[in-house]
Design a protein around this ligand. Structure first.
Ligand SMILES: Nc1ncnc2c1ncn2[C@@H]1O[C@H](COP(=O)(O)OP(=O)(O)O)[C@@H](O)[C@H]1O
Ligand SMILES: [Mg+2]
Length: 296
């Protein structure tokens, strides 16, 4: 008898499915997509044709594909965006199309990072994404990575430290009036960080109004002080940066972050440029956690 105390009851798979189906019905009802009589109709159709609840509701024309997709996302506790959602860019492939091959690749990158972080202190999960030139995909990759970490429930902050050509506010469709530039020049505080509960445990600090002196602002102590405060609130902090071969900004940000991921775009970034960036970072004692070849 004693041995059996630890045995977990195993539910038959059909019972598990039946329970999930009920939840999908419940989610659709809660959202006002299905009324009581609709549910009866769906159940009849479902039993008659041996369909899943969601499929049956679709066939009966009671819900749309999007309704079903978003109910499934909710069922698995996995926020998924639908096209047009809050004007958020479809570049966030991991939020819009989690099963897209691109999303798979980005998830593999997340896994690599988690693996490399496994031996570091949680408070040190601060990473700048750096690459030599423009148009290499820094903003795209860091935005998707931020969403991916938040999908794991990690309290994630993405800071747009590209004060020259900021793009995160566009990707996430946020105002860019107040952001990092104001915080660093003491005209705003931590309140400039915008939480995005629709996406998950993700917050963004946009770049803010373009300052005349980005390099000077980013080398101030203020950035270190800001980070110290934020480390306690977030599990993962990611930085977007301007092109490292053009400006010293990326170097300053990388120095504060402590670790960087260097990105190169396939058939675009010159190898010598990527090597140069890695060397310069290494020379200043910044940890290059990995390099990524972005192919698109
Ligand atoms: N892996 C990728 N897959 C598809 N499109 C990408 C990828 N990386 C970048 N892009 C696209 O390339 C363009 C430039 O990327 P961006 O992230 O703005 O570059 P950077 O920040 O390095 O200047 C954007 O339109 C972006 O959507
Ligand atoms: Mg960019």
């Amino acid at each position: 008898m004693k041995a059996q105390e630890n045995v977990l009851p195993i539910e038959g798979s059909s019972r598990v499915i039946a329970r999930q189906e009920r939840r999908i019905g419940g989610i659709l009802a809660e959202r006002g997509k299905l009324g009581a009589s609709d549910i009866e109709r769906v159940l009849e159709l479902q039993q008659g044709k041996g369909l899943r609840f969601g499929e049956a509701a679709l066939r009966a024309g009671l819900i749309t594909e999007d309704d079903l997709r978003s109910a499934l996302a909710k069922q698995f506790d996995f926020p998924q965006l639908l096209p047009g959602n809050d004007g958020v860019s479809t570049e966030l492939v991991v939020a819009y199309e989690p099963s897209h091959p691109r999303a798979e690749e980005l998830r593999a990158l997340r896994t690599q990072l988690l693996f490399r972080w496994s031996s570091t202190e949680a408070s040190q999960r601060v990473l700048a994404i750096v690459s030599p030139g423009p148009g290499e995909g820094r903003s795209y990759v860091v935005a998707n990575l931020a969403v991916l970490f938040s999908q794991l429930g990690e309290r994630t902050l993405l800071i747009d430290a590209d004060l020259r050509a900021p793009r995160q506010h566009r990707i996430f469709n946020l105002p860019n009036r107040i952001g990092l530039s104001a915080v660093l020049s003491d005209r705003a505080d931590r309140g400039a960080v915008i939480p995005l509960p629709n996406i998950g445990t993700l917050s963004i600090l946009p770049a803010g109004a373009p300052p005349p002196n980005p390099q000077e602002l980013l080398s101030r102590h203020a950035l270190g002080i800001l980070l110290e405060g934020l480390r306690a609130e977030f599990d993962v902090i990611l930085f977007d940066t301007p092109p490292a071969r053009h400006y010293a900004d990326a170097q300053s940000v990388a120095f504060r972050a402590g670790s960087v991921m260097v990105l190169a775009r396939k058939d675009h970034t010159r190898l010598a440029d990527a090597a140069g960036v890695i060397r310069e970072l290494g020379d200043t004692g910044i940890r290059v956690i990995g390099t990524v070849l972005n192919r698109f």
